[in-house]
Design a protein around this ligand. Structure first.
Ligand code: ZN
Length: 133
């Protein structure tokens, strides 16, 4: 079902501050930033080989990233697996009894279709499915 690690999502307090580490120190290239209002988040994408690092800064304290940093601090927030057909993948997981946060895909940064599995169904790891056309 899943074909590769699409990206790793990292919650940060400040994109500007964090980007210094990923670009200046680690030598990665910033591919772009995007604000996804619906999720109250500003994202920065840094491609790395077959995958990407996605930095996530909250635009509001009550957003999912704001709440994550409030309770757990900065750090790895989710791992995203690429799928070819997200609707089919969600239907298959549901049929297998896996609890989902999103039963239908929603808009993700970069025009991707994304959906999250419930962390209670995944041993505490927030797993995102991601389809890019
Ligand atoms: Zn993501």
């Amino acid at each position: 079902m899943v074909v590769k690690v699409d990206h790793i999502g990292i919650a940060v307090s400040s994109l500007e501050e964090s980007l210094k580490l990923y670009t200046d120190a680690l030598g990665m290239t910033l591919h772009g930033t995007e604000t996804v209002e619906e999720q109250k988040v500003k994202t920065a994408f840094l491609p790395l080989g077959e995958t990407e690092i996605e930095l996530l800064e909250s635009t509001a304290p009550d957003g999912p990233i704001g709440k994550f940093i409030e309770s757990r601090g900065q750090g790895i927030q989710h791992i995203a697996f690429r799928v070819d057909d997200i609707e089919a993948a969600l239907a298959e997981l549901k049929a297998k009894g896996i609890r989902l946060i999103d039963e239908k895909p929603r808009y993700g940064a970069g025009g991707a279709k994304i959906a999250f599995l419930h962390p209670k169904a995944t041993n505490g790891v927030l797993i995102e499915l991601c389809q890019r056309d």
